[in-house]
Design a protein around this ligand. Structure first.
Ligand SMILES: [Zn+2]
Length: 176
């Protein structure tokens, strides 16, 4: 399978809008499909299955997202299940997400403290547990134990990085 084939966006209709599920690696070979016709009120982009993003991919991604906003000026743009990969980009690339986009949920990666099993958990941005976990520091223990061995699991990313994306997010909200 070539890398270009590896990348996909699946489009489906949801209440008052569109849901776009992105999969695979975003590189210079990625082909973004044309936007569907219509006048959606909201667009949800689901990102949990984006596996890789190189520097060319970042440029294509940004162009696509900004074009998406232009194509549907009356729609709200919601980003769902932002993975650690995307959060990392958001921290280093200015305008990685358009100003009007909202992060609706994030994926937090955890690793077991005894068997190294990995687990990702989705949290809604508005979930007060997310704020508590992120403010608790890197040793924060996940609410549920390891599926494999029952031991405690630990957050595998720097919670401060995740807090920053919400600071950015609330900053753009305040400016809007
Ligand atoms: Zn375990």
């Amino acid at each position: 399978m070539s890398r270009a084939e590896d990348f996909k966006i699946e489009v489906s209709t949801i209440f008052e809008g569109l849901r776009l599920v992105m999969r695979g690696s975003i590189t210079e070979e990625s082909v973004f499909p044309p936007f569907p016709e219509g006048d959606p009120r909201r667009i949800v982009v689901e990102l949990s299955q984006v596996t890789r993003l190189n520097s060319w991919g970042v440029r294509l991604w940004m162009k696509w997202l900004w074009d998406l906003e232009k194509a549907y000026p009356s729609a709200t743009l919601q980003l769902e299940s932002c993975s650690p990969l995307l959060v990392q980009q958001l921290l280093v690339v200015r305008k990685f997400f358009p100003a009007n986009a909202r992060v609706r949920s994030v994926l937090l990666p955890y690793a077991c403290t005894s068997c190294s099993a990995e687990h990702q958990q989705t949290f809604e941005a508005a979930d007060p547990r997310l704020r508590r976990i992120l403010q608790g520091g890197s040793s924060t223990i996940l609410l549920r134990p390891c599926d494999e061995c029952g031991s405690a699991m630990e957050l595998e990313v720097n919670p401060k990085d995740y807090l920053k994306i919400f600071e950015k997010d609330s900053g753009t909200k305040a400016a809007a």
